[in-house]
Structures are given as structure tokens and as C-alpha cells.
Ligand binder design. Structure first.
Ligand SMILES: Cc1cc2nc3c(=O)[nH]c(=O)nc-3n(C[C@H](O)[C@H](O)[C@H](O)COP(=O)(O)OP(=O)(O)OC[C@H]3O[C@@H](n4cnc5c(N)ncnc54)[C@H](O)[C@@H]3O)c2cc1C
Length: 444
């Protein structure tokens, strides 16, 4: 066994940075009515479908399956929305994580165009679920993508034109340097665009809202129930330390927290950590940060993203970390990029700081697969999972119900294992990320 293998075996991201059964101490946790703790699975039972993981992928697939009449059980190692779904930047982006021009090269024009339509459906699905189930999660419209120099601004304007011409996408307003400054008064940015059909929300409230809808549709959720293995076959057997679910179909919805549960997925979906802080309420400083209630994402390889909270704080995501463990002082790590952009916030207090683990793929497209005809997996949304994981759950549900078009389109996108597979991917990521961070710093 190589050093890499033993490292991966030692490190279980379900518990590496968090206490068992507890949500992180985030601003999201502090501003969400949490559900009571659901009992762990103690007795073996059967179900039509067993979903592993209660983030957006798992909750959306369970909800859509239950609505279609299936008997569904969710097994969640920690709490509902414990993973990236309860901790993220809340941005509902347009399109796939990979830009359409690159996607056409990767997957061919026909598949790429269909994936654009599916991406549009992903935003619409989030909005309609929020409306249908009356989920109070502060859904707001607008994300501005901002570039760090003139050339990045030009690339963004070119992309806006491309989307308008090819897809008739007309929700984008281009921003020059002055317009970008009027929106976000920081000397860092040189223009970009504002997309009013994109948006942002409170991610944990959204996850809890999906869970409530699923529970009302008779989905059974067992928390503090880690799946330890599963047996493939005509009936799938999903094992936990105390009991087994025997089911017709299983759905792997573990994303960055998958660990070694399924090595063929782990070789293509790499866990990385990302961090967010919530400042004290900004008060008079607000207008020096953002003049509209939209979210910002910048063009750094290690993206900075931020927005205002409904109680007037700056929620700022960024900073890097190349260890499976979160840094001891997340607040200081994230303060650094924050004050590079907003030097006047140097002395602002940070009231909350937290991290989360997400799954990325080599080409930044999600990895959808069927391990066997009755075991589905979707993960690796690469920082674009609020809408895409919600859609993935819906597409998994449709595929189980016999309508495979959407799921198959994602399956057709070429996917690549990280060099060296699961054991060696981590040291190689460190090298790659260090290189890209250096590029961010030197500006090329
Ligand atoms: C800090 C941060 C910022 C982000 N910002 C954005 C953003 O602004 N916009 C955007 O679109 N995306 C963003 N993302 C990514 C987005 O949050 C994810 O893509 C999305 O939440 C993935 O949902 P999921 O359900 O697939 O995974 P998760 O929400 O991670 O859920 C997986 C669940 O599976 C459970 N699990 C794992 N293994 C087992 C097991 N063996 N047994 C039982 N349960 C198990 C975990 O406990 C977890 O609850 C961000 C992510 C992070 C961490």
C-alpha cells in the first residue's frame, strides 16, 4: 500500500473537520430553524429506493421519486444539509461550470447545446421548488461576474455575446470598469457582466425546505447513519453498522464526502475545501461594498465570491487550503483576500467563519454514472451545485422512472480520472492548485 493510499484511508472527511451529529457554527446554522434530529437506522428494512446522503442531490432525488409514487429512504451520516449544501455561497449560477464554448469542444455541439438547456432548467427547478414548497430562503436575483483586468473583461463581454447569439440568452448586462465600480466599489475589478436570471439564496434554509417537502411526501430520513458499504445485485443491499436496507435502486449522493465508499467515483471526483466568513453587520460601510443586493463572483482561479446577508453582513467566500483539514484560524485565512478587495474593511469584526468540502472533477463538469443498471451516482459539480445538484436529483429520479434523456446527456460528457486515481490525486492537486494560485497572484 502506497503512502497516498494510507493517507486517504486515514482521512474521513465526514468527521475530519466536524463533530459527529453537529452542524458547523456558521451564520447559516445560526439563522435557520433546524429540524429535530431524526433517529439513526436501527432495524433492517426494505425500500424501493435507498438514497445515500441528504444534500441537494439526495433530497431532490428523494423528493422527486416520492412525488412519482416510490417508497424512499435517505441515509445520512450526519445531519440533513450537513455537507456542502448547508455551507455554500448560495449562488445559483447560469450554465454549466464549464463555459459553453469549451463544453462544445469537450462533448460536441449537440450534447453541449442540450446541456445548456438543462442548465437553464436547473435554475428554473430551484425557483419552482422554492415557490411550490414555500421555502423561505431569501431567494434574490442577480450575480455579477467580475474580471481583474481589461483582458478578462473583454473575454466576459465576448462570452455574453456568444450566449446571446447562440442561445438567445438576454438576461445579461455588460459592465465596463465604471459600471462595475458603481456596483462594487473596489479598485480590484475592471468590468464584467451582471446576469439577472442567476441569483442567490440561504443554502441551509433551502436544504431544510427540500427535506421538509420530502418528509411530507413520506420519505423516511435516518440521520447519524453512515453507510459503510453496499452490495450490488438485482436487489441492492446498503449496509450501515447496525442494519441493512434492501432496495430495488440505490442513489449515491455523497459528493465531496464520499471517501472510499465507491472508488470508481472517488477516482474522478476530488474533495476540496473552501471557506466563508460572515462579518459583523456593515452598517454605513454597506454602500462601499455593494450597491445592489446581487452576488459577486470574480475571475480568480481560486474564486472570491461574496454578497450581503439579509441582516446586513458581508458573506465572503475565498481563501485556499491544500490540506484535508481546515485551517485552525479560518477567519484570518479568509480576511486576507477580503481586505485585498475591500481594504477599508481591515478592522471589521468577523462573527462567523466556517468551511465545507465540495467535489470537483478534472474538466469541471459533474460526473453522472450508473455503477450497475440500478445504482445511480451524481457528484462533482465543481462549485456549481446549488442548481446543478438539485437538477441532478430530478434527473436521477426521472431515469429511475424510465425517462433517461437528461441523465444520459450528462453521462455522455467525457470524464477523466485524476492521474493516479483516488490515492495519488491529492498530492497532484496540491501541485496544480499552487501553480494556479501563483498565476492568480502574478496576474497571468
Ligand atoms: C464553501 C462552499 C461554497 C460553495 N459555493 C457554491 C455556490 O455559491 N454555488 C454553487 O452552485 N455551489 C457552491 N458550492 C458547491 C455546492 O454546495 C455543492 O455542489 C452541492 O451542495 C452538492 O450537493 P450534494 O448533495 O451533492 O453534496 P453535499 O451537500 O455535500 O451532501 C452530501 C451528503 O452525503 C453525506 N454522506 C457522505 N458519505 C456518506 C455515507 N457514507 N453515508 C451516509 N451519508 C453520507 C454527507 O454527510 C452529506 O450530508 C460550494 C461548496 C462549498 C463547500
Amino acid at each position: 500500500m502506497g503512502a497516498g493510499t494510507s493517507f486517504v484511508k486515514r482521512m474521513n472527511l465526514l468527521y475530519a473537520n466536524d463533530k459527529k451529529g453537529l452542524y458547523p457554527q456558521s451564520w447559516y446554522t445560526a439563522t435557520c430553524d433546524l429540524l429535530p434530529v431524526y433517529d439513526p437506522l436501527c432495524d433492517s428494512q426494505r425500500a424501493d429506493i435507498c438514497v445515500i446522503g441528504a444534500g441537494y442531490t439526495g433530497l431532490s432525488s428523494a423528493l422527486h421519486l416520492a412525488e412519482a409514487g416510490y417508497e424512499v429512504v435517505i441515509l445520512e451520516a450526519q445531519r440533513i444539509g450537513f455537507g456542502a449544501s448547508g455551507r455554500n455561497g448560495g449562488q445559483i449560477g447560469t450554465g454549466q461550470r464549464l463555459e459553453q464554448e469549451s463544453l462544445i469542444k469537450l462533448a460536441g455541439a449537440q450534447t453541449a447545446d442540450f446541456l445548456w438547456e438543462l442548465a437553464e432548467e436547473s435554475k428554473a427547478t430551484v425557483k419552482s421548488l422554492i415557490q411550490k414548497y414555500k421555502i423561505e430562503c431569501y431567494l434574490k436575483s442577480g450575480i455579477a461576474d467580475l474580471g481583474l483586468n481589461q483582458s478578462q473583461m473583454k473575454d466576459m463581454h465576448h462570452y455574453a455575446d456568444f450566449l446571446a447569439e447562440r442561445y438567445g440568452y438576454d438576461h445579461i448586462t455588460k459592465l465596463d470598469k465604471e459600471a462595475a465600480y458603481a456596483l462594487c466599489p473596489s479598485p480590484t475589478y475592471h468590468g464584467g457582466y451582471l446576469d439577472k436570471d442567476a441569483g442567490h439564496l440561504h443554502p441551509l434554509r433551502y436544504a431544510i425546505g427540500l427535506a421538509k417537502a420530502a418528509l411530507n411526501a413520506s420519505v423516511k430520513i435516518f440521520e447519524n447513519t453512515e453507510v459503510t458499504s453496499f452490495d450490488k445485485g438485482k436487489k441492492v443491499k446498503v449496509h450501515t453498522s447496525h442494519a441493512t436496507i434492501t432496495c430495488d435502486y440505490a442513489v449515491l449522493a455523497c459528493n465531496g464526502y464520499l471517501g472510499n465508499l465507491e472508488p470508481s467515483v472517488a477516482s474522478r471526483v476530488m474533495p476540496i475545501n473552501n471557506f466563508i466568513v460572515a462579518t459583523e453587520p456593515l452598517g454605513a460601510e454597506t454602500a462601499k461594498v455593494l450597491t445592489q443586493d446581487v452576488a459577486i463572483a470574480d475571475s480568480k482561479f481560486v474564486i472570491n465570491y461574496f454578497r450581503l446577508s439579509h441582516d446586513g453582513r458581508l458573506l465572503f467566500g475565498g481563501g485556499e487550503n491544500y490540506s484535508y483539514r481546515f485551517p485552525n484560524d479560518i477567519a484570518s485565512a479568509v480576511r486576507k483576500p477580503m481586505i485585498e478587495i475591500f481594504p477599508h474593511l481591515r478592522d471589521i469584526s468577523i462573527d462567523y467563519a466556517w468551511g465545507g468540502t465540495l467535489g470537483i472533477t478534472l474538466r469541471r463538469m459533474p460526473f453522472f454514472c450508473q455503477l450497475t443498471p440500478n445504482i445511480f451516482s451524481a457528484s462533482g459539480y465543481s462549485g456549481h451545485g446549488v442548481a446543478m445538484a438539485t437538477l441532478a436529483g430530478k434527473l436521477v429520479a426521472k431515469a429511475i422512472d424510465g425517462e433517461t434523456t437528461g441523465f444520459d446527456a450528462f453521462k455522455r460528457v467525457p470524464s477523466f480520472p485524476f492521474p493516479g486515481g483516488a490515492p495519488a490525486r491529492y498530492p497532484l492537486l496540491v501541485l496544480a492548485m499552487t501553480w494556479y494560485t501563483l498565476r492568480d497572484r502574478l496576474g497571468f
